[in-house]
Design a protein around this ligand. Structure first.
Ligand SMILES: [Zn+2]
Length: 389
């Protein structure tokens, strides 16, 4: 550990916002990893997006390093990762294994390049398939289904025209070419890395088949499935426009809440390591339920998804934020529809308007709302901000 960049431990500090115990006040500087547990190093790689950075973790094995996640395929990420392994405590051993928690480019972007240098890639099957599929999609304009998705969400006028002209994704640029084969990981697999055994627990909602790693000595690497300072983004993809990702995420969160203890040391994909995982899960569950309650209340009058943005996020959104959060708002609406609470109707052949479904649903939902308010939790404190990726 480089004393110059050593983080001050703050194990007992209770974060006034989230209520969890943030383990470190300082964050790793580029090129200077922090040893957060014996043989486990926290590395930060810079991103150009709103996210600012992604956390990756190096786990010491007997003959090399296992890297959990790898940053984007960008010069900045590559330079920062190279600096970590060039000098200092990680320099003496090679990276022999890369584990991708999920297929998002800030987590799997450099995996292909690391494999070319000798590492072996581990991933869930859906992570692998999604990454391979998205790498092939190099269209320069959105396809019909993508345009239809935002139109049906209620996007119109100048915003819709701007969307039509925008390149839909730069995934293939942000993710280096992946190898032909990989090692599949799945629920309940156990990986021996150094002196620890890590059990794989698969979550859903943020990304399909998102791998999390749980050690036999109380450490959990949670990627973007559970975060401290923000809620995981649950955006619906236009390729599966009716998906109920909220249900999938709620199921995972409840499962992880029971799997962990307040002393579990959580190493997330963004922000900072923390303890208090069951508390954090409980807060996030309450937060999502309050968003759903608020959304249901506003649908006493018919609205499009775009018209619900202010109700869901309760702040002024930038143009780029609106693009990302429309897809998440559709996800909340899909969930309410799956629960039988709201229904939708296509108006003018273009946009869905959503409204409360029936009196029985309203009565049931009001009971849920009352229960959420009774929890005395301040949703703004719980949710804090949103993640766009
Ligand atoms: Zn992600």
């Amino acid at each position: 550990m480089n004393p110059k960049h050593e983080a001050s431990r703050n194990e007992g500090n209770v974060d006034r916002i989230s209520g969890v115990r943030i383990a470190y006040e300082a964050t790793p500087q580029h090129g200077h990893p922090i040893e957060v547990a014996a043989g486990i190093y926290w590395i930060r790689l810079p991103l150009d997006s709103n996210l600012d950075h992604v956390n990756v973790y190096a786990l010491r094995d007997h003959t090399g390093w296992t890297l959990v996640d790898a940053g984007c395929n960008s010069e900045k990420c590559q330079a920062a990762l190279d600096a970590v392994f060039k000098v200092g405590p990680l320099a003496h051993l090679p990276i022999t294994r890369i584990i991708s928690t999920h297929y998002h480019p800030d987590h799997i972007g450099l995996a292909g390049k690391l494999v070319k240098k000798g590492a072996v890639l581990y991933a869930t099957r859906v992570c692998w398939l999604n990454a391979k599929m998205l790498q092939l999609d190099d269209r320069h304009l959105p396809c019909h289904e993508q345009i239809q998705f935002v139109e049906q969400a209620g996007l119109k006028g100048m915003e819709l025209e701007a969307y039509r002209r925008r390149a839909p994704s730069n995934y293939s640029q942000l993710v280096s070419p992946l190898p032909y084969s990989y090692i599949r990981i799945k629920q309940d697999d156990v990986l021996a890395i150094g002196d620890r055994n890590w059990t794989i627990h698969v979550g859903n909602g943020h990304a399909a088949e998102h791998a999390t790693l749980w050690s036999n000595d109380g450490i959990a690497i949670t990627g973007d499935q559970i975060l401290a300072g923000t809620a995981s983004n649950l955006s619906v993809h236009p390729s599966e426009p009716s998906a109920d990702l909220v249900s999938e995420w709620l199921e995972s969160c409840e499962r992880f809440m029971h799997l962990s203890s307040e002393e579990t040391f959580c190493l997330p994909g963004h922000n900072v390591p923390f303890r208090g995982l069951p508390t954090r899960c409980e807060q996030l569950l309450a937060s999502q339920k309050m968003v759903l309650a608020r959304l249901f209340e506003t649908l006493d009058r018919p609205k499009t998804a775009v018209e619900c943005l202010d109700t869901v996020y309760r702040r002024t959104l930038s143009t780029s934020e609106r693009g990302a959060l429309i897809a998440e708002t559709v996800g909340f609406l899909n969930h309410l529809r799956n629960q039988g609470m709201v229904e939708r109707e296509l108006i003018g052949g273009n946009a869905f308007v959503w409204k409360q479904a029936c009196r029985r649903a309203r009565v049931e939902q009001k009971a849920n709302i009352a229960s959420a308010h009774d929890s005395h939790t301040n949703e703004r404190q719980l949710r804090r901000s949103y993640e766009f990726e």
